[in-house]
Design a binder for this molecule. Structure first.
Ligand code: F0G
Length: 360
């Protein structure tokens, strides 16, 4: 019988801070595909590129890895409710895992700035949703304050249990390839994910599965790029709403991830993000939300500028599914709405529109 993936806590039990008998709240997260992308290897002129497709997680983003650990710990501590600030994906994951745990979830999102796909998930999983008149950074400040003064358990990535779960993505990369890539790129927002990969690869080195860590590259949206400007951005702006963050919580951890791996931070414009979003859909077959195209967009920009290191193997994490924020796929590059043609239900009519000639 084929092996049924059991979620990251059970799959990596001996590498996570859990004990026998602890509650495990899982929706089967992790075990996501690592997809060979020859079109990207060609574009970047490197040997191999793999995409770690985190959109294949149960709620459609990498957040599920950290939510299984955070909500399981919340259950261990007897929590009745969890709270999260979110640009959308964390709220979807928190809401779903809270349901699985029999808890209430409260999510704070920036008003009008989360995609409707993600909002629909939080609604579907009966989260108490509050749209805060402010940005993500305001939401996180509020969530922290509330968790300190009220009986709600914080499940943002400032909670170290989250990073424990998220580090398993690095383990999976090694499990799939049998080696560590030379360079691993990803979008960079609140900086939990790059910190988690750093932790994961460090542990792989400690147990001797790898000898050298991949260079970790974190790419931001140009309008929300505090790691590039060097200080918090007060009014972050980008169409990539998932990473519309001006004051990343895991600032020091992300700096360490970059420095200790000889990695880099980069930034890309919304136009560059959307170009890569389209390239991934049309040339690799992998549909992601715009923010998830940021890692690949940053590498391509570096390639064009001649600053991409000469390496053989690259992994790029694409963090969230395209169906999370599908509107962008339904626009042309010039921003015009795409509407498929209507046709009569006749083979000859369809063939005519397609310009097909009948077989001889
Ligand atoms: N990609 C996606 C799709 C995200 O949703 C996020 C963060 C990131 C990348 C950035 O990861 O914050 O660990 O550096 N989303 C959070 C949320 C903030 O609320 O869903 P990070």
């Amino acid at each position: 019988m084929a092996h049924q993936w059991r979620g990251v806590i059970r799959e990596y039990f001996d590498r996570l801070p859990f004990n026998e008998g602890d509650p495990i709240i899982t929706l089967g997260e992790g075990g996501t595909p690592l997809i060979l992308a020859p079109a990207l290897a060609k574009l970047l002129d490197v040997g191999q590129v793999h995409l770690k497709y985190e959109g294949m997680n149960p709620t459609g983003s990498f957040k599920d890895r950290g939510m299984t650990t955070a909500v399981s710990k919340a259950a261990l501590h007897g929590a009745k409710a969890v709270i999260a600030a979110s640009t959308g994906n964390t709220s979807a994951a928190a809401a779903a895992y809270a349901v699985a745990a029999g808890m209430q979830s409260v999510v704070l999102v920036p008003a009008g700035k989360i995609s409707w796909g993600k909002l629909s998930q939080a609604v579907a999983h009966k989260a108490q949703i509050l749209q805060v008149k402010g940005n993500f950074d305001d939401c996180l400040r509020l969530a922290r304050e509330l968790s300190q003064g009220y009986p709600v358990f914080l499940v943002n990535s400032v909670n170290p249990d989250r990073l424990q779960g998220q580090k398993t993505a690095a383990f999976e990369v090694f499990d799939a390839l049998g080696y560590a890539p030379d360079l691993h790129a990803m979008p960079l927002g609140n900086a939990g994910n790059i910190s988690a990969y750093h932790l994961g690869y460090k542990e792989e080195r400690e147990i001797g599965r790898i000898s050298q860590m991949p260079k970790l590259w974190g790419i931001q949206a140009a309008g929300a790029a505090p790691f590039i400007t060097g200080s918090p951005v007060l009014k972050p702006e980008t169409i990539a709403t998932a990473i519309r963050i001006g004051n990343p919580a895991s600032w020091d951890l992300a700096q360490a991830a970059k420095t200790e791996t000889d990695g880099a931070f980069g930034s890309v414009t919304d136009k560059e993000i959307l170009w890569m979003h389209r390239f991934l859909s049309q040339e690799t077959g992998v549909f992601v939300e715009p923010s998830s195209a940021t890692g690949a967009a940053g590498l391509y920009k570096a390639f064009l500028q001649g600053t991409l290191p000469k390496v053989e193997n690259i992994v790029i994490t694409v963090t969230g599914h395209g169906l999370k924020d599908p509107d962008w796929a339904l626009k042309t590059e010039a921003g015009k709405k795409i509407k498929p043609k209507k046709v009569a239900a006749l083979a000859t009519s369809v063939a005519e529109i397609l310009g097909l000639e009948k077989n001889k």
